[in-house]
Design a protein around this ligand. Structure first.
Ligand code: ADE
Length: 254
């Protein structure tokens, strides 16, 4: 996968792209990520990228020509899917991450959020993507969120492919709880089945624990989740045992 990031703050990406899974993936040639300074596509001495809005009003608007030039330069050698990070975009979720990960080359446009001339969208943007219904000051953090989610889809980036498949949302369910040493923390023990060494039992426990976690934390997901027969039975049991709203949050009781 090849990503080009266009931003006026390239320095924000340095440690992020050099660290942990993404740093290793880049070293191993699994991911190519290039960060370009939008100001390099300006033509004036002061490298200006914004101007006052036509029609008046507060704030500044990012001007179209540097963006158009920068995107065209970034796609001159090979075409790419061009994504503008914006709160007006399609909300990022697992399905969209997988759609975008299927593309070989992406250009990510990180605008500062006072606004960007509409003609950038009309000429050099294929899709707008939002990371949630709130406004950040720019697209840089959303781009990092997207890059991290995308990189996990690239074969070989995450060592254990099963942990990607098991990730929350792949099946439409949240992940099951995890435990590691020590065996007792603040008087709380690890579920005994996890110490049993019986892998089939452990797998079954995890399957049902995922349903219980989803029921408790994100019951809205259960409407469309793909459930096994055992998971459906567990859901019915939860419904019978604690059908009231309070029971969905047992930690709130007592
Ligand atoms: N830029 C500013 N806010 C954003 C958001 N919520 N998602 C994507 N890009 C943004």
């Amino acid at each position: 996968m090849h990503l080009t990031v266009l931003t006026i703050f390239p320095e924000l990406f340095g440690p992020f792209l050099a660290t942990s899974l993404i740093g290793r993936a880049r070293e191993r040639g699994l991911l190519a990520i290039e960060v370009r300074d939008l100001r390099d596509a300006t033509t004036d001495r002061h490298r200006v990228v914004d101007d006052e809005p036509y029609g008046g009003g507060g704030g500044m608007v990012m001007t179209a020509p540097p963006w158009i030039r920068a995107v065209r330069e970034a796609t001159a050698a090979a075409p790419a899917w061009r994504v503008l990070l914006s709160p007006q975009g399609r909300r990022l979720d697992d399905a969209l991450v997988r759609e975008l990960a299927a593309r070989e080359r992406l250009v990510l446009l990180c605008a500062r959020y006072e606004g960007i001339d509409e003609r950038v969208l009309e000429t050099v943007v294929d899709e707008e993507v939002s990371i949630g219904d709130y406004v950040l000051s720019g697209g840089e953090l959303p781009a990092m969120v997207l890059i991290e989610a995308l990189s996990r889809q690239v074969p070989g980036v995450v060592q254990l492919a099963s942990s990607v498949v098991r990730d929350s949302f792949r099946s439409g369910l949240l992940d099951h709880p995890h435990y590691t040493r020590p065996p007792v923390v603040e008087g709380r023990e690890v579920p005994p089945v996890l110490l049993s060494g019986n892998h089939a039992e452990i797998e079954r426990w995890r399957e049902l624990a995922a349903v219980r976690a989803t029921w408790r934390k994100r019951p809205d997901l259960l409407a469309v989740a793909e459930l096994t027969a055992a998971q459906r039975r567990e859901l019915e049991r939860l419904g019978r045992e604690c059908g009231d709203g309070l029971a969905r949050r047992p930690k709130d009781r007592g």
